[in-house]
Structures are given as structure tokens and as C-alpha cells.
Design a protein around this ligand. Structure first.
Ligand code: 8X3
Length: 250
């Protein structure tokens, strides 16, 4: 059996790969950067003696993702955990002032690609009493200025997760919507501010944000519940963060 992780080359995805490797899960890792995936996979293979398959995916290319799944099927590989983690925020500004290309990229990654992975992986999970983790956000329940499409895309993740719970009734598939608040991941902040690292760092100044391990611990906790327990939705915030935009900073 394999655990499939998207956005596996950095931060939350990479930390999930490490944690599931420690639990001797074989892994299928997908990300845009094959170089990073190669490094991660060779260290996990040698340390844990597990099988790790890596796929470079171009999220704007639907047929490439389809071909990746065809290859997985041709190899008779089975999947019982999916961590549908890839997602991004690009810039924050008034809706009409945003570059449509940026809005489109967010929709492609956070909605279209996310859906394509869920669509292809659900039959595997149904066969194998599997567990699907979908990475939404506090942004999926609260809108905030300048984040319109990102917030809407995370509300989509939340609603698709709930809808798939209905589909999964009568099977032993579990579906968990993980909704983090502010997590210090340089990559998330840096894409949000278009590679302005000073701005990215300032997001996490003056308080203790969540770290990637806080999210991975939560995923592990949900997964380790007995099979009859589905933690459907879990919101995780830093103690200093009361709402999406109310953070106590010293
Ligand atoms: C983003 C959550 O709190 O960093 O998904 O805006 S927050």
C-alpha cells in the first residue's frame, strides 16, 4: 500500500512524507520540483527501506496528471492514504486589481488540480478502506481582504470534502478536512508576496505561529483513530490567532 502526497517537495507535504515514512508507509510523492523530490526520496528510501515513487506534475496539464495515474495503475500500485496538500496563495490586493493570471493559477492548483487528484484517488481509497486528507484553511470559513479567490478556493475544498463524505457512506473511507491558520512556511508566505522575503517574514513576527509539525501531528492523530472514527473537520490555529486576521502580535 502507498500513501500519496501532493505538494510533497516542501514544508507540510515534505514533513508528511517524513512522518509517514517513519511509519513505514510506501510513498507516492508529487510536486513541481523533481530535483527536490529526488533528494527527499533517496534519503527516505535509504533510511526507512520503503518504496518511494516520485512524479513531477505540471498542475496546468490535466493529461499529465491522468497519465501519472495510468502509470500507477499499470504498475498495480495501491493507495490507501492521500494527503491532498498542494495549494497556494498568490498576492493580496483588490479583486479587480489582481492579475487574472494569478487568480487563474490559484484556481488551477487549489480547485482544479485538487479535484483531479481527489477524483482519481477515491476509487483506490474505496477499495482499501482508505483515508483522504484535504488541506483547506481557516480561509475556507472566513473571508479576508485581498484574499477573495484564495478564500473561495478553500471553501471549495471544505465543501467537496463534505460532499465526498456522502459518497463514501457505506464504505470504510475516512475523509478529513484539515483547516490550518497561520503556519510558518516560508514557501507559502513567499508566493503570497511574490518573492518579497522581508514581507514574508513579517507575517510571522511578534507571535509564535504554527509550524509544519503541528499540522503533521494533527494528521497523524486523525489517521491513528480507530477505523470507525472519522474526524471530519479540524481547525488548528496558533494560540495568538483568534480569527483569520486577528493575531495578537507583541
Ligand atoms: C492561510 C491561513 O492564517 O495564514 O491558509 O491566512 S492564514
Amino acid at each position: 500500500m502507498y500513501t500519496l502526497i501532493t505538494g510533497a517537495s516542501s514544508w507540510i507535504g515534505k514533513s508528511c512524507a517524513q512522518r509517514f515514512a517513519e511509519k513505514w508507509h510506501n510513498l507516492i510523492l508529487m510536486a513541481r520540483s523533481i530535483d527536490k523530490l529526488e533528494k527527499i526520496s533517496s534519503s527516505l528510501r535509504s533510511e526507512y527501506k520503503i518504496d518511494v515513487l516520485i512524479y513531477k506534475v505540471d498542475v496546468s496539464n490535466a493529461s499529465q496528471v491522468e497519465n501519472t495515474f495510468k502509470e500507477i495503475e499499470a504498475k498495480n500500485i495501491d493507495i490507501n492514504v492521500c494527503i491532498n496538500n498542494a495549494g497556494l496563495a498568490l498576492w493580496e490586493s483588490e479583486f479587480s486589481k489582481m492579475d487574472f493570471q494569478d487568480l487563474n493559477t490559484m484556481m488551477q492548483v487549489n480547485i482544479v488540480w485538487f479535484t483531479q487528484i481527489a477524483h482519481r484517488v477515491l476509487p483506490f481509497l474505496m477499495k482499501n478502506d482508505g483515508h483522504m486528507f484535504n488541506m483547506s484553511s481557516v480561509a475556507g470559513t472566513e473571508p479576508y481582504e485581498g484574499w477573495h479567490v484564495y478564500c473561495a478556493s478553500k471553501a471549495y475544498v471544505k465543501m467537496l470534502s463534505k460532499s465526498l463524505r456522502i459518497e463514501a457512506m457505506g464504505t470504510n473511507v475516512r475523509i478529513t478536512d484539515i483547516a490550518p491558520g497561520s503556519v510558518e512556511t516560508e514557501w507559502f508566505a513567499i508566493t503570497r508576496f511574490k518573492w518579497d522575503s522581508a514581507k514574508a517574514k513579517s507575517v510571522y513576527a511578534g507571535y509564535t505561529p504554527l509550524c509544519t509539525d503541528d499540522i503533521v501531528d494533527t494528521i497523524e492523530f486523525c489517521h491513528d483513530r480507530p477505523g470507525h472514527v472519522n474526524i471530519e473537520y479540524i481547525a488548528i490555529m496558533a494560540t495568538a490567532q483568534a480569527t483569520a486576521r486577528r493575531i495578537f502580535k507583541k
